[in-house]
Design a protein around this ligand. Structure first.
Ligand SMILES: Nc1nc2c(ncn2[C@@H]2O[C@H](COP(=O)(O)OP(=O)(O)OP(=O)(O)O)[C@@H](O)[C@H]2O)c(=O)[nH]1
Length: 667
């Protein structure tokens, strides 16, 4: 920029040759495209992008001084800041519109919520000062866009966004991270599938070394939405034809070679020089005429733009409608302004009612429609997983490993339980002593599992209550506390219940489950083999016993007297222990849903609502009458968003109607 700017004297009414040579851009074609473009520009002005809706956009990228601004001024027939160093420091949205008979020539800059009319002679300076106003007068860049509207004779109807040129090394007081800043801005614009990338590369460089090519390849591997403009054809004519036909860098939408305005040339002269260059230069004249010259570039861009718009529009309509519906639904969920305590109580009961219903769904019925992607809220599955883990923990308790000191404990209790009686009579006390030891070893697990389960349920209940009461943040800490207190009570009840079950199992041994006897018989069938190993001094003492695992029985050869009874005792206990563990798990698996059921259907309301009607509880209800500032902000944001989306929906509806009448725009 700058350097040539001061020297250039502008003709009063330059004739952009993009038009003089661009007769293929039939006026009727422009007539059909204009409304489409206007609609998209209107959406851009409305800032639908803020709502996450991407618009079809031609994004101009290139390395620094590749000639981006020169290309744009060739297309627009105006003078833009050109030159060395960084000129484009903000996204420059260029809206080119061919002037109609009833319209006057117009140049306008739109930025920071104002519209400034500009004389053509001053456009370059005006852009520089608008850029300074947006990004500061230094060399810094900014994301805030500047819009330039050019309405004049014969320019193609095109909207493009010019972005700062990519530079690796900061110069002239540019910020240190200028490269990162510019790349981030470029990536933001070229990543959406709706963007067409107009990659400006200089004929003087090896295309594969261009940063801009590298970046567009990152987001558009096949190049299907990338078009290359090769500038400075006059400076490096040798081998240019080969370079563009070889297409080493995957440019799907093709190349156009141009020669821009140089020095003080007028537009007319520049176009004539360009035409002459590609007609007469021994090397450049070899290049196919369908890929040379600014007029060809203009025609290609207009066609590409029409295609992408027609392609994207239905998707945009859908997105606008979806977002509008979502915002309206959210607005409807916003609380009404409450004016009396009675209304506040009703609103509170509504919160409790909705929370209870959602909790019934996730905790009891296993319906996750409100939390499709939030696995921690798929509570029935999560609780089942926890119960299975609990069963594994009980079974794998190291203190109860039946293989350690195989049968020694049984022998010890049998010896202690011996009295006057028949030799093969199994003392009940021996069995009970062993049982009590085993139960004691796992006695901390059922209550601690209960605590764990309630910790998880507490998280779910509080999350749900917070979701339902998000519009009353002034109540949330109180609700959270009340819910925590309630869950504490539930946790204590479960702990007491589990301790009771542990005590019951210690006191008596009983099951009506026939599996016990079946299992015992099966295990006892190994007794003969076991005794043979014990009695036969020459046999290996390592053996695998069903229900126990691999054991070494060498140490038992000295205890032959009570061995058969000890074996019997072990097998009874093994069969019975399975039943005991399942009883622990089953009772927990039944107790939890029962308690959750009680919590959701009775306790929650009784406890939390009960707190409200206590003498000091009413202040909580009164607090609901004041709207929290965060809610007011949210309401305003939603209202703005609904207004914007409604307007956008109108804009697209009009254009869709027109498409329905006029037919396909992409030819
Ligand atoms: N000879 C010749 N010079 C050109 C051509 N296109 C651009 N230039 C010159 O190359 C220099 C850089 O051009 P600009 O258009 O300012 O480049 P830019 O990519 O917009 O620059 P930044 O915005 O700073 O990245 C200027 O001096 C232009 O006059 C061309 O086709 N031929």
């Amino acid at each position: 920029m700058g350097d040539d700017r001061a020297l250039v004297r502008r003709e009063p009414e330059p004739q952009p040759l993009s038009v003089a040579h661009a007769q293929p851009l039939a006026a009727s074609y422009n007539d059909r495209i204009r409304p489409l473009l206007d609609a998209v520009d209107k959406l851009r002005n409305l800032m639908v992008m803020k709502e996450g809706i991407q618009l079809p956009t031609i994004v101009v990228v290139g390395d620094q001084s590749s000639g981006k601004s020169s290309v744009l001024e060739s297309l627009a027939g105006i003078s833009l800041p050109r030159g060395q160093g960084i000129c484009t420091r903000v996204p420059l949205i260029m809206r080119l519109q061919g002037r109609r008979q009833d319209e006057s020539t117009k140049l306008q800059l739109e930025f920071n919520n104002k519209i400034v009319d500009v004389y053509e002679d001053h456009i370059s300076d005006a852009i520089v000062s608008a850029t300074d106003e947006i990004a500061g007068s230094g060399k810094a860049i900014s994301n805030t866009p500047l819009t330039l509207v050019v309405k004049k004779d014969g320019v193609p109807d095109l909207t493009m966004v010019d972005l700062p040129g990519i530079t690796r090394v900061p110069v002239h007081g540019q910020p240190e991270n200028i490269y990162e800043q510019i790349s981030a801005m470029i990536m933001e614009y070229i990543t959406p599938e709706e963007s067409i990338i107009l990659n400006v590369v200089s004929a003087t460089v090896d295309f594969s070394t261009c940063e801009s090519i590298r970046m567009s390849q990152m987001v558009d591997k096949t190049g299907k939405r990338t078009l290359a403009v090769v500038t400075k054809a006059d400076k490096a004519p040798e081998g240019l034809q080969e370079k563009v036909t070889a297409d080493d860098v995957n440019i799907g939408l093709g190349y156009v070679c141009v020669r821009n305005r140089i020095g003080e040339e007028s537009y007319e002269e520049a176009r004539l020089e360009e035409a002459k260059l590609f007609d007469t230069h021994p090397q450049l004249c070899q290049i196919n005429k369908s890929i040379v010259g600014v007029p060809v570039l203009a025609k290609n861009l207009v066609q590409i733009q029409a295609k992408i718009m027609a392609k994207c529009l239905p998707g945009i309509v859908k997105k606008i409608n979806d977002k509008l519906n979502a915002s309206l639904a959210e607005l409807n969920r916003m609380p009404k302004n409450l004016s009396s305590v009675a209304e506040a109580v009703a609103a509170f009961m509504q919160i409790m009612g909705s929370a209870k219903e959602s909790l019934r769904k996730v905790l009891l019925r296993g319906e996750f429609d409100e939390y499709p992607d939030e696995k921690p809220m798929h509570c029935t599955a999560r609780l089942m997983g926890m119960v299975n883990q609990y069963y594994d923990e009980l079974r794998n308790c190291p203190e109860n490993d039946p293989r350690t000191n195989f049968l020694m404990e049984e022998l010890e209790v049998l010896e202690e339980a011996e009295g006057i009686g028949l030799p093969n009579f199994l003392a009940r006390t021996a069995f009970l002593t062993l049982l009590q030891r085993k139960v004691k070893a796992i006695s901390s697990k059922p209550p601690s599992f209960g605590v764990r389960a309630w910790d998880y349920i507490e998280g779910v209940v509080i999350q749900e209550l917070m979701r339902q009461s998000e519009n009353y943040p002034q109540l949330q800490s109180w609700i959270r506390r009340a819910a925590s207190n309630l869950i504490n009570k539930m946790r204590e009840k479960t702990t007491a219940k589990m301790k009771e079950i542990v005590e019951m199992e210690k006191l008596a041994s009983y099951t009506c489950n026939p599996e016990y006897l079946l299992e015992w018989n099966k295990l006892m069938a190994q007794q003969n083999l076991f005794m043979q190993v014990i009695n036969d001094e020459y046999r290996s003492t390592t053996m695998v016993l069903e229900g126990i695992g691999q054991v070494d029985v060498r140490h038992l050869r000295n205890h032959k007297q009570l061995l058969q009874q000890a074996f019997d005792l072990k097998m009874r206990m093994t069969a019975y222990w399975k039943i005991v563990l399942r009883r622990f798990v089953d009772s927990m698996a039944l107790h939890l849903p029962f308690s959750v059921h009680n919590l959701v259907n009775e306790e929650m309301e009784k406890d939390i609502v009960g707190e409200l009607i206590r003498p000091n509880g009413s202040s909580n209800i009164e607090r609901m009458l004041e709207e929290a500032p965060s809610v007011a902000v949210k309401r305003e944001k939603l209202n703005n968003s609904v207004k914007l989306l409604r307007e956008s929906a109108k804009v697209v509806a009009r254009i869709m109607d027109r498409i329905a009448i006029d037919g396909d725009y992409s030819d």
